[in-house]
Design a binder for this molecule. Structure first.
Ligand code: ADP
Ligand code: MG
Length: 396
């Protein structure tokens, strides 16, 4: 992949950078700034090179319309604090304000365009529409640095199309991510385990077919587990369930058996009558989930089982919390998996925005894991062995 060095002397050059600033917000406040911190090495490098740095990023899903709830203002403020320099936020994506903001930049200064997903063309499936927006971005820069690892699996204007219009290179975060994730995918030390959880069930079910060809052990927790339990014939009450995927999942279970992949599912779960922090929790075995309750975490026996099978693996990739870790009563499963990874003697990779936030929120020392990825979907697709458009476009 082309590195920043290949762009030559950047002094006084306008460098467009795609970063991933899609941070979790609560009441307008950033609850985990990990992704902003992860972007600092590249931004600092460019500032030190005397470039005029123009950052493009998205936040949430404003669906192609201006929506103040998704403004990058909190990000601009936090970024300014972290790099200890003012960051100007343009009022639009490629309009008059963006142009004037870039025009006013001095060498070594940083500006941020407004949420690129305010413009519907950013994520359009129509090549011409994305191309048109990319051309407008290109007017604002002399070179492009792709550093938003969390979006490199997306064929979007600020990720993919722009790279074809300007001299382009991968940033330091993207380089580091690719290097670490390749360690887990190309020739992993075995046993190789993949732990899946979280609530984006349909997205993640899709990756299992490929993971079954690569992993020795597949752990399923979080919201995903209930579609598996249902496929095994258990009633799952009010738990998250993808009914139309049950047949597919039955296929995965059969294929895992054929391939000799060990499939590790919860044997007990923590249930509650509703999705709430103070909902009364109880533990049941998976064949006794009451019809009026929902599973919000893996149970104590499952925690033991998962931890044991994780600890004896040599490479483990983890994506998706084991339960609703945001509520302390349902955080134990996620904690147990994080602990096994943190204490284990293995190459450990954590992907997924919420999973990465969870280990920090639960107080784990980030340096006890081999790699915490800033990308969810992107890291999963790499683990699957897919070619990512935002990476391929940077390769010669
Ligand atoms: P990641 O961002 O790590 O890829 P997801 O976005 O797929 O993970 O899912 C994270 C969310 O999944 C968390 O907010 C967590 O509360 C939720 N979750 C985990 N287990 C369950 C469950 N059993 N039922 C409902 N939600 C769950
Ligand atoms: Mg998430």
């Amino acid at each position: 992949m082309r590195t920043i060095e290949t762009l030559g002397d950047l002094r006084s050059k306008r460098v467009l950078v795609r970063s991933d600033f899609n941070v979790p917000l609560k009441d307008g406040k950033i609850t985990d700034d990990g992704r902003i911190r992860a972007a600092l090495p590249t931004l600092t490098r460019l500032v030190e090179a005397g470039a005029k740095v123009v950052v493009m990023a998205h936040l949430g899903r404003p669906k192609g319309k201006v929506d103040p709830a998704f403004s990058l203002a909190p990000v601009a403020k936090r970024l300014g604090e972290l790099i200890d320099a003012p960051v100007t936020l343009a009022k639009d994506v490629v309009g008059e304000s963006a142009k004037a903001t870039v025009e006013a930049l001095k060498d070594g200064e940083i500006a941020l365009l407004e949420n690129v997903r305010y413009d519907a063309r950013e994520t359009s499936k129509v090549d011409e529409e994305r191309g048109e927006l990319a051309a407008a971005y290109a007017e604002l820069g002399d070179a492009f640095v792709s550093d938003g690892f969390g979006v490199v699996h997306r064929k979007q204007a600020s990720v993919y199309d722009i790279a074809k219009l300007l001299p382009s290179a991968s940033g330091l975060l993207v380089l580091k991510e690719i290097e670490s994730l390749r360690k887990a995918t190309d020739n992993p030390e075995r046993p190789y385990g993949v732990v899946l959880g979280g609530s984006k069930v349909s997205d993640k079910l899709g990756v299992i077919a490929n993971l079954l060809k690569k992993a020795d052990r597949l752990f399923i927790g979080g919201g995903m587990a209930f579609t598996f339990l249902a496929a095994q014939g258990h009633s799952v009450g009010k738990s998250l369930l993808e009914e139309e995927q049950i047949d597919t999942v039955k296929g995965y279970i059969a294929e895992a058996a054929e391939r000799g992949v060990e499939l590790i599912l919860p044997i007990d779960v923590v249930v509650a009558p509703e999705f709430a922090a103070d909902a009364p929790a109880s533990v049941v075995t998976v064949d006794q989930i009451p019809a009026d309750q929902m599973g919000l975490d893996i149970g104590p026996e499952s925690r033991k089982l998962f931890a044991e099978k994780i600890s004896s693996a040599k490479t483990v990739a983890w994506n998706g919390p084991m339960g609703v870790f945001e509520f302390p009563a349902f955080a134990e499963g996620t904690k147990a998996v994080a602990k096994a990874l943190s204490e284990g003697d293995m190459f450990s990779v954590i992907g997924g925005g919420d999973s990465a936030a969870a280990v920090r929120l639960l107080g784990f020392d980030e340096s006890t894991f081999s790699h915490i990825s800033t990308g969810g979907g992107a890291s999963l697709e790499l683990l699957e062995g897919k070619v990512l458009p935002g990476i391929a476009v940077l390769e010669d």
